[in-house]
Design a protein around this ligand. Structure first.
Ligand SMILES: NC(=O)C1=CN([C@@H]2O[C@H](COP(=O)(O)OP(=O)(O)OC[C@H]3O[C@@H](n4cnc5c(N)ncnc54)[C@H](OP(=O)(O)O)[C@@H]3O)[C@@H](O)[C@H]2O)C=CC1
Ligand SMILES: CC(C)CCC[C@@H](C)[C@H]1CC=C2C3=C(CC[C@@]21C)[C@@]1(C)CC[C@H](O)C(C)(C)[C@@H]1CC3
Length: 619
């Protein structure tokens, strides 16, 4: 049990010395000896504060019935008059740097967040106490997913405007007041009448300290390295001997890889998928609340698009269209998709320069190279057409299944077989199940890091449109020219492994999604939870009590099952497992970092209760 109340990285309110004003600060460290916290204010000022001068963020939203009962605006003006000095005010002459305009963007974004914390954050429950003295920043206790209590919580959260209190006005530095007033009046117009439910991820995410993916050098390396890696993999896979000994493969001339017809077919594919996306079929749902309180609408028709695509592919086969053309021109298709993703990324970056500030991604930084990579705009849309959401599930993911099918047909042709090999059938079926599952559970995509945190830039454009269809299909591509006879007993073990991974993956994802959708779901009543100061709870039993990312574990087990049918002759079919392990370990670290900032000590408590991240007793 930690003796201090706040964790490093936690965002809290710190008293400005010599005043009674509290500002948002990040805890940098704690000195056991002096019992002082080193905190950082938003303008970069670092100070040491006593514990009594630090309060949880939430406690400031609980003063509705407090004695300072004037209207928010009256309270704001009177407080601002009494303010001695603002920590947001930088020393003279140093207030604007070269990147001042982006800093101003970020500042305004943060200001908006503060306003939205005021307007969107639901009233916290009695058990946390209505007084800042009662709640000490720790999760109150671990308890069963008690329905009666949760119902009470839900009632408070979903009740109309009355639940939303404006008590943070006094916390804003003076220099922001003009902007705040302007923005505020705009926000008043834009905020929905009915308050959004508890998903406040973007609303409360504080500013980041450092850039992810190794910052600008890391992003540059990834942008140059990924396409190179893709072509080396495909060229290596085409070799008769794809072992490491024959690496690197001979490189073809660039002219050989560029074919206008292939580009045309690729564009046709992309626009057919876009057309399917626009069909007015399927449920329309709302995404998580954005920084300005709006919730975007998304049409869920991915599965329908898959069925329509299957019909087109089936008809093409019936008419005898040579689908093996995709196999014989696989590298040309990969190049066409790469060029398309680069053009798309340039378009996305260019349009993001005109995007309103509150529509920028929380991951964007102000650095052009980094932002080109991570994406500046969070949800770029052309009318109702959401580019990121569309690319994440449709052309690439459905394309992957079509590529696999092409490889199956190519195997039969190249190896002159009447039926596909057992290994190929397994690879195709396993990956088909994965894609169908993703499309069937399409709504779950709306709460992934990609949709709510990362912008739409090169990383996701290339990842979705090139990396997924051309590297995730590597096992099938490998099997076309490197046959592997799989015995039925071994196949049964691999099928069992795949099913085991799938059950973990699906159950873990469904359990969390169901809990986030409705924490009072009677089916989840047996689960234990930890309450957090945001009002949301964390599951600490069931799948999420086993390891902290059970869904990643299931996904990794499935990844292994996709490679095993290819045998052990070469490392190449195992590329996906190796890459995916690295991706998920990195992704897990990013998510941990964000959760620690969101949930503070409650997250630390969760980590104590569930010590392993992905693999029990190992990691
Ligand atoms: N095939 C591929 O290439 C890839 C597949 N994936 C898969 O996509 C899926 C989604 O992954 P991803 O978006 O990274 O993250 P997760 O689905 O794991 O979501 C992480 C979020 O879940 C919430 N959470 C964490 N712990 C708990 C808990 N104990 N109780 C309740 N909520 C909790 C937190 O958000 P909050 O509290 O705000 O709700 C956290 O930020 C995974 O199954 C992953 O395997 C991901 C990347 C690539
Ligand atoms: C290699 C680059 C640095 C990063 C590229 C990453 C992307 C390929 C992945 C990022 C998150 C993804 C997800 C899926 C596919 C891969 C990418 C785009 C996903 C659609 C696969 C199917 C799952 O069921 C899912 C949960 C819907 C996945 C969501 C995340």
């Amino acid at each position: 049990m930690p003796s201090r109340k706040f964790a490093e990285g936690e965002v809290v309110r710190g008293r400005w010395p010599g005043s009674s004003l509290y500002y948002e600060v990040e805890i940098l460290s704690y000195d056991n000896k002096s019992q002082l916290y080193t905190v950082k204010y938003k303008d970069g000022t670092e100070l040491e504060l006593k514990e009594s001068d630090v309060k949880p963020l939430k406690s400031f939203k609980q003063r509705k019935g407090g004695s300072t009962s004037s209207s928010p605006s009256r309270r704001r003006s009177s407080r601002s008059r009494s303010r001695s000095r603002s920590p947001g005010r930088a020393p003279k002459g140093s207030r604007r740097s070269a990147s001042a305009s982006h800093q101003a963007d970020i500042k305004e974004k943060e200001t908006r967040r503060e306003i939205l914390q005021v307007k969107l954050t639901p009233l916290v429950l009695k058990p946390f106490g209505n007084s800042i003295n009662v709640y000490n920043g720790e999760p109150e206790h671990t308890e069963k997913n008690d329905i009666s209590r949760k119902n009470k919580q839900e009632k408070v959260i979903l009740s109309p405007e009355g639940s939303f209190i404006a008590t943070q006005y006094s916390l804003r530095p003076r220099r922001e007041e003009v902007t705040v007033k302007e923005i505020e009046s705009k926000e008043q117009k834009r905020l929905p009448k009915v308050p959004a439910p508890l998903e406040t991820f973007q609303v409360t995410t504080p500013q980041r300290k450092s850039l992810e993916f190794g910052g600008v050098p890391g992003a540059s390396l990834i942008m140059l390295g990924l396409p190179a890696c893709l072509f080396l993999l495909l060229l290596q896979c085409r070799q008769k001997d794809p072992s490491l000994l024959s690496f690197p493969p001979p490189l073809p001339a660039l002219g050989e890889l560029w074919e206008a017809r292939v580009c045309g077919i690729y564009l046709l594919w992309f626009f057919i998928q876009a057309l399917f996306y626009l069909l007015p079929i399927g449920k329309v749902v709302e995404g998580t609340p954005l920084v300005d309180g709006r919730r975007l609408k998304y049409r869920l028709n991915g599965f329908n698009a898959f069925v329509l695509t299957s019909a087109i592919v089936g008809t093409s086969l019936f008419w005898g269209i040579e689908l093996c053309y995709v196999y014989t021109h696989f590298l040309q298709f990969a190049l066409a998709a790469t060029v398309f993703s680069v053009v798309l990324s340039v378009y996305l970056y260019a349009r993001s320069l005109k995007a309103p500030r509150d529509e920028l991604s929380p991951a964007s930084s102000g650095n052009a190279v980094y932002d080109f990579f991570i994406g500046r705009e969070l949800n770029p849309r052309i009318g109702v057409f959401d580019l990121k959401y569309f690319c994440e599930l449709r052309p690439g993911l459905i394309g992957w299944v079509v590529v696999n099918l092409v490889m199956l047909l190519a195997e039969m042709k190249v190896q002159e077989r009447g039926t596909p090999s057992l290994a190929m059938v397994l690879v195709n079926s396993f990956q088909l199940l994965y894609v169908v599952d993703a499309l069937w559970n399409e709504e779950a995509l709306l709460t992934t890091m990609d949709i709510i945190h990362d912008g739409f830039g090169f990383m996701l454009a290339f990842g979705d449109l090139v990396w997924v269809p051309f590297t995730y299909s590597l096992q099938a591509f490998y099997l076309v020219s490197h046959p592997h006879d799989l015995s039925w007993p071994l196949a049964s073990v691999i099928i069992a492994l795949k099913l085991c991974g799938y059950v973990i993956f699906r159950c873990a994802n469904s359990q969390k999604n169901a809990f986030r959708k409705n924490p009072t779901d009677p089916k989840l009543a047996h689960l234990k939870t930890i309450h957090t100061s945001t009002g949301k709870s964390l599951l600490v039993s069931g799948w999420w009590g086993f390891v902290r990312h059970p869904n990643y574990l299931g996904d990794l087990i499935m990844a292994l099952a996709w490679s095993l049918p290819c045998g052990f002759n070469h490392l190449l079919p195992y590329f996906y497992v190796i890459y995916f392990t690295a991706l998920l370990v990195h992704r897990e670290a990013r998510d941990e970092h964000q959760c620690k900032r969101k949930y503070g000590l409650a997250w630390e408590k969760y980590c104590q209760r569930v010590p392993y991240r992905i693999l029990p007793y190992v990691y």
